[in-house]
Design a protein around this ligand. Sequence first.
Ligand SMILES: [Cu+2]
Length: 269
Amino acid sequence: MMRIWRSNRTRRAVAGVIAPIAVAAGTFASSAHAEWALNFQKPVTPIAHIQYDLHMLILWICVAIFVLVFGIMFYSLFAHRKSKRAHAANFSHSTKAEVIWTVIPILILIGMAIPSTQALIMMEDTTASDMTIKITGYQWKWRYQYLDNDIDYYSALETPRSQIENNAPKEEHYLLEVDKHLVLPVNKKIRLLITANDVIHAWWVPALGAKKDAIPGFINEIWTQIDEPGTYRGQCAELCGKDHGFMPIVVDAVSEDDFNAWVQNQTSQ
Ligand SMILES: [Cu+2]
C-alpha cells in the first residue's frame, strides 16, 4: 500500500516536472513567427525615445547595484570563510552604516525620479497638436475618426481564419495585419483621443511608445509624432474577450504630401 502511494506520488512529481517542459517545448516549436529581440522595438517618436533612454538608464543602474551587492557578498563569503579562521565583528549598532545605507538609496531614487518625471510630463503634454484622431475600441476591432478631416472608418483583422486554424501557412504579419491601416503624417504632433464602446481595451503600438487604456465612458488622451515613414504594428493590450488577440493595430507613417493625397482620396469616396 505504502509502495503504491509512493509510486503515485513519484509519478505525480515526474508529471509535474515534465508537463511544464512539454508545454514550453510546444510553445517554442509553434512560435516560429515570434519576435525574439530582447529589448524594446526601435523607437520612432520623441516619447518612445525618452522611454527607451529611461529604460536603459534604470536597467544599467540595476545592473550596477546587482554587480556591487553580489560582488561584495561573494567576496566576503570567500575572503572571510571559516577555514581561514575569520572572526565575525561583534558590534550590534552602527550609526555610520545606517546613514550610508539610507542616504545612498535616496540619492539613487532621486537620480531615477528626475528623468522619470521629465518623461511623464513630456508624455502628458498634448497641447499645440496639429491634428486630432479619436480611436474607439470595439469587440474586436478599432474605429478611427479623423476629427479635422471628416474621415471615419473601422479597422479589423485581415489574417484569414485558415491561418488561425492551421489550415494554411502563416504569413509574416500573422495576426498583425488589418484591412484598413491608420494613416498618419510624419513630423506632425498628433493628439489621440482613446475610448471604447463596450469593454476596456488598450491601444498599444510599441515603436511609437504609445499605450493607453480605452475605457467606455472615458476619453484618455496621448500624443505621437513619428520621425520616420514606415509601418508600425501593435495590438490590443487589455484582455477584452474571446478575440482580444485578434484586433491588431497597423499604423502607416507617410510624408505630408502622401498624407494629404490619402485624405483627398478618402473624402472624395
Ligand atoms: Cu481589445
